[in-house]
Write a new protein. Structure first.
Length: 102
């Protein structure tokens, strides 16, 4: 089963973000909650994690691409028997730019 990786809902004051860095390549094995990509905004860097265990199937938005809230940015082919729960959504982790330097 193919699961979409979506950009998180950005704060109301942030209209868009930029794909900063993919940590995995197409075909790489990923674990649930493993860091896949960073999205930079003018205020924070948001880490997006894998919604399920499987293989990174497709990168829809390359590094440097501007994205908006909830836009599909990639897909993961879920491992057999490892489907993401329907009601649960992977939550991104935001970190401020100043914390990255420490």
């Amino acid at each position: 089963m193919t699961i979409e990786i979506k950009a998180p809902t950005l704060p109301e004051s942030v209209p868009d973000g930029t794909i900063a860095n993919w940590y995995k390549n197409v075909g790489d094995t990923v674990m649930r909650d493993e860091l896949l990509v960073d999205i930079e905004t003018d205020k924070v860097v948001i880490e997006v994690v894998s919604p399920t265990e499987g293989t990174l199937k497709e990168i829809l938005m390359e590094a440097g691409t501007t994205i908006v809230s909830n836009q599909a940015i990639g897909t993961v082919l879920a491992s057999e028997g490892k489907q993401a729960p329907v009601a649960e959504k992977a939550e991104p982790v935001a970190k401020s730019a100043s914390n990255e330097l420490n």
